[in-house]
Design a protein around this ligand. Structure first.
Ligand SMILES: *Cc1c(COP(=O)(O)O)cnc(C)c1O
Length: 404
C-alpha cells in the first residue's frame, strides 16, 4: 500500500502483524528511538529474566545454578538465535565480544589453510575487524593483509595464496549489503575460507549461512537483538569444519571434559570448543530474556516491515535530496540496503543534536554521516513519519536556528 499521509501510517500500523510486540519494550515516552542498530532497547522479558537470574539463580540457587542451566547458556542461546542467520542449532555459540571472536575465527580459519600467507578484507571495514586481521597476521609472522579498495575490487585480491577473506555483510556506515553468496563462492573457488561479520545483519536482514555455504560468522547481540549493553557476541562455524577446528584461546570452558580438570587441552566436540573462560551469566540472562521476544517473530513479516519503514523514510526525505539539502548515503535500491538509512550533511553532528532535542534519537558517525536505525519490532510507520518531519524541519531551519 502506498503511504502519503500520517493517517495512512496509522492504517498500516493497525494492520501490522508485528504491532503488538512494541508493548514488550520499555521505551521512554516521547522518543523515536532510531539507535536500535547501536544499542537495542530494554524488553520487559529481559528485565524480568535478569531479576530472576540475580535473586533466584544467584541469590537462592548459588553454585548449583551452574549445573541447572548456566553451563549450557552459551550453547542454548546460540541454538535459539541460529534461525535468524540460517544456521543449524549446533553451529552457533554465544561467547566473548565480536572483537575477540573475530580473533578466534581468523586464526582458526588460518590454521585450516596452512601454507597460505594472505588475509583479504576491504579498506573501509569496521575498525575492530581491521585491527584483528592485522594482529592475527602479526602473531603468525609473515602474513600479508590485503585491503581491497571496495567490494568490487575484491576479485583482484583473491588468489591461491589467500587463506581467509573477512568482510562485514551490512556496512556499518552506509548499510550497503555485500553479496554474501557470490563472494563466498569467489573465495571458495580459490580455496580460501570466508568469515562474515553479521553485527548489522542479525535481526535486520535475511541471512542464510547454510544456503551460502559460509564457513564462519561472528556478530553482536546488543544491536538489533536487544541483548543489553555489552551482551556477548555469537560465533558460527559450519558443522562440516568442526572436527578439524582449533582456536587460539583454548580454555577450560571449551574442553571436552571440563570437570575432569585434565592437565592438557582436548577440545569439546562441535562449536563448544570456541568457548574459553567463564561467561558473564547476568548478560546472558538479559539476552535470554530478549530472545523470548525474538522467538515470537515471523522473519518474513520482520523483513517486509523493515523495507516498508525504510522506504517510507527515504520517500519522505526525497524532496530534500533533490533540493541538494542533504545526501542519501545508503543504496536507493532496498534490496541492497540493510535496516538503517545513512545520510550525509556537513553539519551532521549538529543536526543529530537538534533532532535529539525534538525527541528523535539518531546517531552521528565521522566524518559527516547521520544513521537512522530501523528496528521493526518497536518502530511504527507513524514514528518514521514524525522522524522524517523533524529531520526536514532541522535541515531546512539549519542546525542552530536561534544563533543563525
Ligand atoms: C558493532 C560492531 C562490532 C562490535 O564489536 P564488539 O567487540 O562486540 O564491541 C564489530 N563489528 C561490526 C561490523 C560492528 O558493527
Amino acid at each position: 500500500m502506498s503511504i502519503t499521509t500520517r493517517r495512512d501510517c496509522e492504517q498500516a500500523d493497525s494492520h501490522d502483524p508485528l504491532g503488538t510486540l512494541r508493548d514488550r519494550f520499555l521505551l521512554p515516552d516521547g522518543v523515536v528511538y532510531l539507535l536500535g542498530n547501536s544499542l537495542g532497547p530494554l524488553t520487559e522479558s529481559a528485565a524480568a529474566r535478569v531479576e530472576r537470574a540475580v535473586r533466584g539463580e544467584w541469590g537462592e540457587g548459588l553454585l548449583r545454578s551452574w549445573h541447572e542451566g548456566w553451563w549450557d547458556l552459551p550453547s542454548s542461546l546460540g541454538a535459539r538465535l541460529a534461525r535468524l542467520i540460517g544456521a543449524g542449532p549446533d553451529e552457533v555459540l554465544v561467547t566473548d565480544s565480536t572483537s575477540v571472536d573475530l580473533y578466534k575465527v581468523i586464526l582458526a580459519a588460518a590454521m585450516l589453510r596452512p601454507g597460505r600467507r594472505a588475509f583479504v578484507t576491504v579498506a573501509d571495514n569496521f575498525p575492530t575487524d581491521l585491527y584483528m586481521l592485522d594482529e592475527a597476521a602479526a602473531i603468525h609472522g609473515d602474513y600479508e593483509v590485503r585491503r581491497a579498495a571496495n567490494i568490487e575490487s575484491l576479485v583482484d585480491t583473491i588468489d591461491e595464496d589467500v587463506a581467509v577473506v573477512e568482510l562485514t555483510h551490512v556496512d556499518y556506515r552506509t548499510a550497503r549489503v555485500a553479496p554474501m553468496a557470490e563472494i563466498t563462492k569467489l573465495a571458495h573457488d580459490c580455496g580460501a575460507l570466508v568469515i562474515w561479520d553479521l553485527s548489522h545483519s542479525i535481526g535486520a536482514v535475511p541471512v542464510d549461512l547454510g544456503e551460502c555455504e559460509a564457513d564462519f560468522a561472528v556478530g553482536c547481540t546488543y544491536k538489533y537483538l536487544n541483548g543489553g549493553p555489552g551482551s556477548p557476541a555469537f560465533v558460527f562455524a559450519a558443522s562440516r569444519l568442526h572436527s578439524e577446528l582449533l582456536q587460539p584461546i583454548p580454555g577450560w570452558h571449551g574442553h571436552a571434559r571440563p570437570f575432569a580438570f585434565e592437565p592438557f587441552y582436548d577440545p569439546a566436540p562441535g562449536i563448544r570448543r570456541f568457548a574459553s573462560g567463564s561467561p558473564p551469566i547476568l548478560s546472558l540472562a538479559a539476552l535470554a530474556g530478549s530472545l523470548d521476544v525474538w522467538d515470537l517473530v515471523d522473519l518474513g513479516a520482520l523483513f517486509e516491515k523493515s523495507r516498508s519503514l525504510s522506504e517510507l523514510l527515504i520517500v519522505r526525505l526525497e524532496p530534500l535530496f533533490s533540493a541538494g539539502q542533504i545526501e542519501l548515503a545508503s543504496p536507493r535500491d532496498v534490496s541492497q540496503r540493510g535496516s538503517h538509512v545513512a545520510l550525509r550533511h556537513r553539519d551532521a553532528e549538529a543536526l543529530v543534536a537538534s533532532l535529539a532535542s525534538r525527541g528523535v534519537l539518531a546517531d552521528f558517525r565521522e566524518p559527516d554521516f547521520i544513521r537512522l536505525g530501523i528496528a521493526p519490532l518497536y518502530l511504527r510507520h507513524v514514528d518514521i513519519w514524525d522522524a522524517a518531519e523533524a529531520l526536514a524541519d532541522v535541515v531546512t531551519a539549519g542546525p542552530n536556528p536561534q544563533s543563525a
